[in-house]
Write a protein that binds this ligand. Sequence first.
Ligand code: PMP
Length: 458
Amino acid sequence: MRTSIDVFAKAREHERLEQLRAARELDLVPYFRVLEGPTMPEVEMEGRRRIMLGSNNYLGLTGDPRVRQGALDALDRYGTGLTGSRFLNGTTDLHLELEDAFAEWFGTEAAIVFTTGHQANLGALGTILGPGDTVIADSGDHASILDGCLLSRAKLRAFRHGRLDRLEHTLEKAAGDGGGVLVVVDGVFSMEGDVAPLPQISELCERFGARLMVDEAHALGVLGARGAGSCELLGVEDRVDLRMATFSKSLASCGGVIAGPADVIEFLRIASRPFMFTASGVPAALGAALAAVRICRSLEGPELFARVLDNASYLHRGLTQLGFRVVEPTRLADGTSVVTPVVPVVVGDDWKAALLWKALYDGGIYVNVALHPAVPPSGALLRNSVMATHDHRTLDRALQIFAEVKRAFEAEHGPLPAAGGAPVSGLSRAGRAVTRDENRRPDLSTPAQADRARNFPL
Ligand code: PMP
């Protein structure tokens, strides 16, 4: 008997097809825009120079001569590719040096380098966890974390973003599941840029005997005096069991790393399928990452970390003064607050976000657009991000364009969400009432729901 169902049907009938078609006709699709040069504070993009506020190049190191030289030296020495996995024929001294450098930077016993950050999350979660275990994830966690959880076939219990009361309740329930328990969170959440309340999370994990893993993708090279990330900033390095980071943001390259106890890292080397069954990163990527790590670990590192954070505050202040609703800085328990390089403007409606994006693009700024499921439904954001190498003059020019675009946009399409409005979705902490927006963040508490949230358009 022939099946009547075509597996290609989902490609031809999915829910966003109509929206995409209309957006394409109007040249409103903000994705796959073509760069014509390196990712710098200003870029050549589709025939025009534009201010780049849509990268993860937080320290601006993609153009640094030392990082470029690191890539070139590695290319000269090892050629274009290693043609196989680290396991069989793709390990070089660059990998080993990087692993030592990360273990030292994070203050862990050991570290293991993967080909990408996505694979690092897949390879750690998919190996450390098994079908009898429970994994607890913040619903704002990155897609690669969810993919790793699903790969592991552990029981997935998600809690609403940033809600410590929900985490506590979930830990209580997980204690009855009968297996080991791991909590995994982003240190800095990729879309809203907020920082996880790690002291409280680690305390809860200790109370319930759960392990804790933190993804430092957006915090490495940015937060903490050594730039080691959110765990360092919040003083919980000794209380976190596994740390993950990627080379694709502050380190201006491509690759990923997991740092933790030596026996666990050794286990990953011989049991992690996304580590063993994929090719090693290309030598140029490793050489560039190593050069970037050396810069971060030199006296220059803290200057760069301070500069990117200063630029983030500058842009945050400027956009707020223009009347945009910008995601608020994270308030810490000691009363201070942290602005991260991710400075998102809340738009709400998907179509309005695309129209605003296009107006900014035509005005000479490139930003990222985050739509559901990367954010809650009706929670569309323009995700702006800064580099240490932006100067205030360039940011002032960007703010001028934002001001002009806002004026014209609101005259035509009505008001955008205003500064100082209701709390932005997903940013609550325990003890605060749940807002309507927070209730709309996709609940990932069943695998089917988690599955729908996997394909974040990053
Ligand atoms: N974790 C987070 C929080 C991320 O934002 C990303 C990349 N967008 C990754 C992991 C995956 O890293 P990579 O790009 O190196 O695969």
